[in-house]
Design a protein around this ligand. Structure first.
Ligand code: NAP
Length: 483
């Protein structure tokens, strides 16, 4: 891998402060989705190695939770500084294994690091409460304590920030973590672990284990020592993990799939809405949980919006993410490519028209043409299922009531967006959308300071902001009598 700091490219797991192979020395290969080159291997670990990591984390807990918030904050700040110092190498590792453009990788490393910095600051403000008691001789206080050992399972579409978004708050409040990254993008996780080691986290506090998702996931979700499972990934796997977690009644956070509506009202600034739709839809080649999946445009501005949007989409440069001018990289694998093509074919068969794109890109592999579908109907699969690709389906609407009904007609409830300059409508629609996140006159909504998360089948819990700390804390009520 062409990076300056070779120490960041690790092909072993990090457990109890040691770099280790799997028990039976079995490995999995990791490839570059842009070239199909094999980048390297990772240990194919399973239940036994996971148990070892869990015991190591448990052992480290007593020491880690008893450090002062200031001490933990200091180590997190060092980690943040090291991430910043190795920013370019971390960005390259991400583009090599994930395929996204190098500029998007740079933005993700900045975004991911922001959680480490923010929680290094915020962990010093884990305040409790005092509650006036009803009895004269009593005093009541509420304190917050770390939940314990945390299992963190993360997806391939944001290989670095999905780790820091859950692990920074967990570590900050005193919880040790065992990270299971996606098998397609493990090197970003292992590079973060290498920097955590250098930052001085005590051994066992941060562990990264790679290999069989089913076996590692089963152990992390059923072992009673793990007190919290934080998962980011598909709703399908989230439901399996929720069931497994019930056996030991674990605290859970589930950041699952999304199917974001993106509404452009007749009073919107059309150019701004087009720019917002470009960012929201085509970032990471459409492979984000907050991507605009259904674009609803008012009938009065429908043609103008499509015309402007199509011109911009036709300018997207598709290519190997390592080329500075690339905007859109390849899809992660053939399975994703097949799903994208299926959604397009099905939409066309149910009445939609292709305004641009619609096919495999001339570069071959898993490169796909940025696509716009118009006049999409309710019957199309794309109207209800996450596509996870560079396909923008556009729907026409005529009233506020109608579009809210269409927007809410989904089992998902993660992100939603709309464009309007009418303050009354802004309040009405923001309150009516059944989503955890509403972006108004913007296509980008993620930041460390704000609570990210969904309702309905998009998940449970929040990441980012002060609410993100609560997910790793237990509340203890203390009642003192005989004062
Ligand atoms: P996925 O297939 O659910 O995989 C996510 C993680 O779960 C990976 O580490 C995977 O490991 C692991 N996994 C797979 N099967 C498992 C099992 N039986 N038990 C335990 N772990 C298991 O999702 P993905 O395809 O990587 O990611 C895309 C999905 O994530 C989309 O639905 C997207 O919307 C969602 N997402 C949500 C958010 C959010 O914040 N709400 C953010 C990003 C992505 P392997 O890689 O080894 O299979």
């Amino acid at each position: 891998m062409d990076i300056s700091n070779k120490k960041l490219f690790k092909q072993q797991c990090f457990i109890n402060g040691e770099w280790i192979d799997s028990e039976d020395n079995q490995v999995l290969e990791v490839n570059n989705p842009a070239t199909q080159d094999i980048l390297g291997t990772i240990p194919n670990c399973g239940k036994n190695e996971t148990k070892i990591a869990i015991l190591a984390a448990e052992k480290s807990w007593t020491n880690w939770k008893s450090k002062t918030a200031k001490e933990r904050s200091g180590i997190l700040k060092k980690w943040f500084k090291l991430i910043e110092e190795n920013h370019e190498d971390l960005s390259k590792i991400m583009t090599f294994e994930q395929g996204k453009s190098i500029n998007e990788s740079r933005a993700e490393i900045t975004y991911g690091a922001s959680f480490v910095e923010w929680y290094a600051e915020e962990c010093r403000r884990v305040y409790g409460d005092t509650i006036p008691d009803i009895l004269e001789d009593r005093r009541t206080i509420v304190i917050k304590q770390p939940v314990g050992v945390v299992g963190a399972i993360t997806p391939w579409n944001f290989p670095s920030s999905m780790i820091t978004r859950k692990c920074a708050p967990a570590l900050a409040v005193g919880c040790p973590v065992i990270i299971k990254p996606a098998s397609q993008t493990p090197y970003s996780a292992l590079a973060l672990a290498a920097l955590a080691e250098e930052a001085g986290f005590p051994k066992g506090t941060i562990n990264v284990i790679t290999g069989s998702a089913k076996d590692i996931g089963f152990e992390l979700s059923t072992n009673p020592i793990v007190r919290k499972l934080s998962f980011t990934g598909s709703t399908e796997i989230g439901k399996i993990l929720l069931k497994q977690c019930s056996s030991s009644v674990k605290k859970v956070s589930m950041e699952l799939g999304g199917h974001a509506p993106f509404i452009v009202f007749e009073d919107a600034e059309i150019d701004a809405a087009v720019d917002g739709a470009m960012l929201s839809k085509f970032r990471n080649s459409g492979q984000t949980c907050v991507c605009a999946n259904r674009i609803y445009v008012h009938e009065k501005i429908y043609d103008e919006f499509i015309d402007k949007f199509t011109k911009k989409v036709n300018k997207i440069k598709v290519g190997n993410g390592m080329e500075e001018t690339t905007i859109s990289g390849p899809l992660i694998d053939q399975y994703s490519l097949k799903k994208v093509q299926e959604h397009i074919d099905d939409a066309v068969n149910t009445g939609a028209k292709i305004a641009t794109g619609g096919k495999l890109h001339s570069l071959g592999g898993t490169f796909f043409q940025p696509t716009i579908l118009i006049n999409v109907t309710k019957k199309a699969k794309i109207t209800y299922e996450e596509t996870f690709g560079p396909v923008a389906p556009i729907y026409k609407f005529s009233s506020e009531k109608e579009v809210i009904e269409m927007a809410n007609d989904s089992p998902y409830g993660l992100a939603s967006y709309f464009y309007s300059r009418d303050i009354g409508k802004i309040w009405r629609v923001a309150e009516a959308l059944e989503y955890g996140i509403v972006g108004i006159n913007t296509g980008i909504i993620s930041k460390a300071e704000t609570p990210f998360g969904g309702i309905k089948e998009s998940g449970l819990g929040r990441e980012g902001s002060r609410y993100g700390l609560d997910d790793f804390l237990e509340i203890k009520y203390i009642n003192i009598a005989g004062i």
